[in-house]
Design a protein around this ligand. Structure first.
Ligand SMILES: NC(=O)c1ccc[n+]([C@@H]2O[C@H](COP(=O)([O-])OP(=O)(O)OC[C@H]3O[C@@H](n4cnc5c(N)ncnc54)[C@H](O)[C@@H]3O)[C@@H](O)[C@H]2O)c1
Ligand SMILES: [Zn+2]
Length: 389
């Protein structure tokens, strides 16, 4: 029998995800201070005699590994093995996955057992990749601990490792049995990682009505809370709202074949170019992915304004929002990047399926609404790349 929840801790809200592929349905549970109840939630999807590999990283482990392990033991699991990988993107490799396979083999894990990924997107992507390939697929639970992972990477079933210096080169689509998010764990997240996650949150505000037709208000909600300085205390609500939007997109376009999932790419075609150059050039510190997306969204809005698709009056609101979430440094272009070099990177973006055109998601009409554009002249894109933030 699962243990009764401790009434002192908030029970998470469960959002169902319905899919055409297995497991057909799973839930994304979001709450505040709900981590100690994780074991109970797992009991609904993982049999009590299953072994669990608790995969985490060196920064997350000291904060939360014990809480998670204790919760699993309390819920009746007896075989919980922890694997702690070095924190950071450089751990997202086939070599790291190979070490996980070795550990799974040595500990006698089978298909009925599970991997529980406790960490940011790096741990989540590696946990997902390893779980999807070991024995052709074993149980997977995501317990995302960064804002990026809670609103983005833990949802959607994409798993990956980096290969041959290309990010996410090798991967699978593999859905978890459960996603379990506790907003309270973000208290230990470094401020720049929180701000980078907020860029993805703002993205949801700018694509909301295109994800869920008729739904509006998230962008305004964000602006109001940023102005009032009340975003942090509303983090759980904010995460739930983003998850509901991403779930709507996944349900409508599970395998990225219908064009709907592409909306999630707002700011990313521009952003990937800034991100890549910041890693190549010595004159700028490497940008976090979210920071690059924040710059990319400004560029997308500027381009929409230039094309007459979007009211210029939204730009100051977006600027104020960036200032409120610690992304003000993503407003001061030109970032020492040359427009021609950025355009070249944009043309070779992996998500740009058609090499001849740059496919862009652009704000359209009002915040929340976007459109897909393939025919923007390069000269106009270059003009926008040269504009200050
Ligand atoms: N699968 C997808 O759909 C998808 C989507 C977006 C991003 N991603 C991937 O996610 C990764 C980025 O995710 P990320 O930003 O979470 O990076 P990350 O996992 O490297 O986490 C960022 C840093 O924060 C630390 N951290 C995480 N949670 C913490 C906490 N609660 N307290 C203190 N420190 C904490 C981590 O140890 C790490 O140092 C990239 O590899 C990206 O490719 C995948
Ligand atoms: Zn992103």
């Amino acid at each position: 029998m699962p243990v009764q929840p401790d009434p002192l801790h908030t029970l998470p809200e469960a959002l169902p995800v319905k899919l055409s592929s297995l497991p057909r349905q799973y839930s994304v549970q979001t709450g505040n201070n709900c981590l100690p109840q994780l074991g109970n939630a797992c009991r609904a999807v993982i049999p009590p005699d299953a072994k669990i590999l608790l995969l985490t990283d060196t920064i997350v482990a000291p904060h939360y590994e014990k809480i998670v392990r204790d919760s699993l033991l309390k819920a009746g699991y007896t075989a919980v093995v922890t694997c702690t990988i070095p924190a950071g993107e450089h751990s997202k490799t086939i070599e790291q996955a190979r070490q996980i396979y070795t550990l799974l083999v040595n500990a006698g894990f089978t298909r009925k057992d599970a991997i529980l990924g406790l960490g940011g997107g790096v741990v989540g992507d590696l946990a997902g990749y390893s779980a999807s390939t070991y024995h052709r697929g074993m149980g997977l639970v995501h317990v995302p601990t960064s804002l990026v992972a809670q609103v983005d990477s833990a949802l959607g079933g994409k798993t990956a490792v980096n290969f041959a210096a290309v990010k996410n080169m090798v991967g699978t689509f593999y859905q978890p049995l459960l996603v379990y998010s506790d907003a309270a764990v973000l208290e230990t997240l470094p401020p720049d990682e929180w701000s980078a996650g907020m860029a993805e949150v703002i993205k949801y505000g700018l694509i909301e009505s295109s994800c869920v037709p008729g739904q509006t208000g998230f962008f305004e909600w964000l602006c109001q809370h940023a102005m009032a300085g009340t975003l942090k205390e509303n983090t759980a609500a904010l995460i739930t709202r983003c998850c509901a939007l991403k779930i709507a997109v996944i349900e409508a376009d599970e395998f990225e074949t219908k064009g709907i999932r592409f909306f999630l790419n707002l700011g990313h075609t521009f952003g990937h170019a800034y991100e890549a150059l910041s890693h190549e050039q010595q004159n700028h510190p490497p940008l976090l992915h979210g920071e690059a997306v924040a710059i990319g969204m400004i560029k997308a809005v500027q381009l929409s304004v230039q094309l007459g698709l979007f009211p210029p009056s939204v730009l100051p609101k977006l600027t104020a929002l960036y200032q409120g979430v610690g992304l003000a440094h993503c407003l001061c272009d030109p970032f020492a990047f040359e427009a021609g070099a950025l355009l070249k990177k944009m043309k070779h973006d992996k998500k740009n399926r058609d090499d001849l055109f740059i496919q862009l998601v652009l704000p359209n009409g009002r915040p929340g609404q976007v459109c897909l554009k393939k025919d923007v002249p390069e000269s106009v894109i270059l003009d926008v790349l040269r504009l200050p933030g």
